[in-house]
Ligand binder design. Sequence first.
Ligand SMILES: N[C@@H](CCC(=O)N[C@@H](CS)C(=O)NCC(=O)O)C(=O)O
Length: 250
Amino acid sequence: MGDAKLYVIPASHPSRTAMLMLERKGIPYKRVDLMPVISKGVLKAQRFPGVTVPALKLDGRRVQGSREIARELDHVQPDPPLFPPDPQQRLKVEEAEAWGDPFQHKPRQIIWWALKRNRAPMAGYSEGARLGVPVGIAVKTGGPIVALSARFNEATDENVRADLAALPADLDQIDSWIKEGVIGGPEPNAADYQIAPSLRLAMSMDDLRPFIEGRPCGELANRVDPHFPGRMPPVLPPEWLEPLRPLSSG
Ligand SMILES: N[C@@H](CCC(=O)N[C@@H](CS)C(=O)NCC(=O)O)C(=O)O
């Protein structure tokens, strides 16, 4: 394997999907940390077709998107595999992985909504990142980036409330895949790597962690992505969390 360079945003969950898969394959890579928003210009300048991370340069080829990266990694280095060899099982893993891609957007919207109200936790989410400026300065001057990211990602009250209301059914879906053995096996597959970082981003929020960590999906997330950075103190209006409470009267 020659040269691998991965463009990421710190604490971006699909970026972690790509990092975990590269690590699983034992492929050494150089990580390039980008600030959100600014990332788009850098990726364009690097001639990637799209403007999102993760984006990978592998032996001169450009591969963008966590699912595309999973396939490319299995292609260039089949062992250990990210997809099961049995076609029926592979279909199920691909189905769970495909579901996990749009699922990313829910914790993304919730975290940008939260960071707009409290920017201080950005330092924790940027832990270990090399952003070209000290993390403290990036956080202090990050207001416009957070505002723009919240806008681009449509992190509105209405959308965040809908994301939270949908979360119990989403967690049930993930738990049922674990029960079925599609994900959560001893050898993580592409769907484990797709879904676990989204759960970890949600679990980085004090508001949401208690509703996830005791469940099979929470255990899976901690096992597959044990070092997700950052922690967001409570910030969501308690009534928005009502749909998550098992004994909710509403
Ligand atoms: N679903 C795609 C897209 C990933 C995506 O939307 N990444 C976000 C970060 S989590 C991004 O690059 N946003 C641009 C920005 O924040 O400026 C994937 O899995 O690769």
